[in-house]
Design a binder for this molecule. Structure first.
Ligand code: SAT
Ligand code: MN
Length: 588
């Protein structure tokens, strides 16, 4: 399959360590994948769903203690502790290789090791990179087949000589949480993951490579790996402008990426095209602009809340060749269900734990972080540029999170440097995507807190550096918050398709077609410049959504001081200066 000695030697070494009974090289062919599906069904790893209603679809359940990323057990192992920074768990690489080496020793005895070659990004693109994942899980093989360009094409992209591939090793031998480790060695292009079967911990091309390792590579090679969706917004003249947006996990990236504009926009001819829903790799093109590709090939989306109203494009994407994880299994129809899919929970069903489920019981049937793994090509609004090796030019970068009060619906940064500040102070209420308390506000710069593979202060400096190189060709930077609530805790802004109204203002700003008002935190729309036609929201409510509460922001500034304190002398002086400007503005 490959003659690349770097690959062959490393696989030999890992086989000698893990001692599998058998090694299967994945070529990505239909026949081979079909065999592996049949095998997973025979072992009970997956259940085949109703072929008429959900052709090519399967359901899988993880262990009950293994349903989300485990940030406490995720490590960045660099030779110098300093290089991993204050926001990552660190261990000395030597110590960690030894510790995990002992755990991997003989771990695949009696099992099969699958060698999965995969390409992150369109095959042949200058920005694409190859990874190889060794795993003893057929679930991982089948998910990687959806999430990446997997098989022979990846070997071809790598070539026979290159050593530039990420070495991933995964085993799911034991489900004991105390023995679970998700470990990155950025200096060796290596990822070792053991004793988990949950997506973000084991699909090593995704968060581990495409964000943690890739962010480190991007810093060294002059590009960016970001936790961002990429969408194209087509106007009635047929011009498409591309926007990338960073929100923390489970804050609606998939929904925004697949947005369907409200009726009044559709009538005029506006359309939204999806390039990616989770990760963007960006580089400066020959024309000096910032260009983005989506390194993934599928969507690993949150199931609960996805329905024909909230996100029809996502739901349609899951109707064939999809793997569902930790959702409700409808036994009468052999289909799937989750909270928020529709108002008819199945009566004869198993919950995500595999127990008989009574919808009347008040107990949730699907896990809040249950997921679908769906091929990107299933998406009705997939962009024609999805496979373009050049990527798409980025007009605007949007940051956002869940904030009940502080952040307004939308504001624009004064310039790139201020934009980096806006990204760096991002904060959001936590969700079920990671283990731990839900609903607690935490700082999550650029939505990269759990995903930055090096010192976050240096990461901010890299952003500033990129801005200097981009100069006046830099995308404009914005911040949005769809999650402001009223005194009863209800969301005020309808969100979903109506977010188009905010995107319209963002694009108009980039085109120099919309005005703005200056506030202490940045530029905001004039309320009358947000189109409210057909919405149940009046101008007063909108003004409320755009209001900046100076007292809350003074509190916020204190929180930022404290947060910035962590970074010591790695904090770029430009950001400290931006914080001073914010405080001055608030005290005016
Ligand atoms: O990390 S996952 O890929 O499992 C999902 C997420 O948290 O964004
Ligand atoms: Mn994500």
């Amino acid at each position: 399959m490959t003659n690349n000695k770097n690959v062959l030697n490393w696989v030999d070494e890992m086989v000698a360590l893990c001692k599998p009974d058998k090694v299967v090289w994945i070529d990505g062919s239909k026949e081979q994948l079909e065999e592996i599906r049949a095998l997973s069904v025979s072992t009970g790893e997956m259940v085949k769903l109703n072929e008429e209603k959900l052709p090519g679809c399967y359901i899988h359940r993880t262990a009950e203690n293994d349903v989300a990323r485990v940030e406490g057990r995720t490590f960045i192992c660099t030779r110098n502790k300093e290089d991993a920074g204050p926001t990552n768990n660190w261990e000395d690489p030597k110590v960690m290789y030894e510790k995990l080496g002992a755990m991997f020793d003989g771990v695949m005895k009696g099992r099969t090791m699958y060698v999965i070659p995969y390409c992150m990004g369109p095959v042949g693109s200058k920005l694409s990179k190859v990874g190889v994942e060794l795993t003893d899980s057929t679930y991982v093989v089948l998910n990687m087949a959806i999430m990446t360009r997997m098989g022979q094409a990846a070997w071809d992209h790598l070539g026979d000589e290159s050593n530039d591939f990420v070495r991933g090793l995964h085993s799911k031998a034991d489900i004991d949480e105390e023995k679970r480790y998700i470990v990155h060695f950025p200096e060796d292009n290596t990822i070792w993951s053991i004793n988990s079967g949950y997506g973000g911990n084991v699909l090593l091309g995704k968060k581990c490579f495409a964000l943690r390792i890739a962010s480190f590579q991007g810093k060294n090679e002059g590009w960016m790996a970001e936790h961002m969706l990429i969408l194209g917004l087509e106007n009635p003249q047929g011009e498409v402008k591309y926007v990338t947006a960073a929100f923390p996990s489970a804050c609606g990236k998939t929904n925004l990426a697949m947005l369907i504009p409200p009726e009044i926009y559709q009538q005029k001819g506006y359309k939204v095209w999806t390039v990616g829903d989770d990760i963007a790799w960006m580089r400066i093109g020959d024309d000096g602009r910032l260009w983005a590709i989506n390194p993934e090939n599928g969507f690993f989306g949150v199931a609960p809340g996805t329905n024909m109203k909230s996100n029809p494009n996502a739901l349609i994407s899951t109707q064939k060749d999809t793997i569902f994880t930790n959702v409700v299994h409808n036994l009468d129809e052999n289909t799937v269900w989750w909270e928020g899919l529709d108002k008819n929970p199945p009566k004869n069903a198993l919950d995500w734990k595999g127990n008989k489920w009574d919808p009347e019981s008040g107990v949730k049937g699907a896990h809040p972080n249950s997921r679908f793994t769906a091929p990107a090509i299933n998406c009705p609004c997939i962009s024609s540029e999805f496979d373009n090796p050049e990527g798409v030019p980025v007009t605007a970068i949007v940051f956002g999170g869940r904030r009940a009060k502080t952040a307004p619906l939308v504001y624009q940064a004064r310039d790139w440097e201020h934009g980096v500040f806006v990204g760096s102070i991002m904060a959001s209420e936590t969700t079920a995507a990671a283990t731990g308390a839900v609903g607690v506000v935490r700082r999550d710069p650029m939505a990269m807190l759990p995903f930055c593979g090096y010192h976050m202060g240096d990461y901010f400096a890299h952003w500033l550096e990129m801005g200097k190189k981009l100069g006046d060709k830099a995308p404009k930077i914005f911040n949005v918050n769809w999650f402001r609530t009223d005194d009863e805790g209800h969301f005020i802004w309808p969100g979903f398709g109506d977010n188009m109204r905010v995107l319209e203002w963002i694009i108009n700003r980039c085109d120099g077609k919309a005005d703005a008002v200056e506030t202490p935190i940045g530029y905001e729309p004039k309320p009358e410049d947000i189109n409210l036609e057909g919405l149940d929201i009046d101008l007063e409510t909108l003004k409320g959504l755009l209001s900046v509460d100076v007292d809350l922001w003074k509190e916020e500034a204190k929180g930022i001081h404290e947060f910035y304190g962590k970074f010591g002398d790695h904090l770029p002086k430009e950001l400290a200066h931006q914080l001073e400007i914010l405080e001055e503005n608030l005290n005016k």
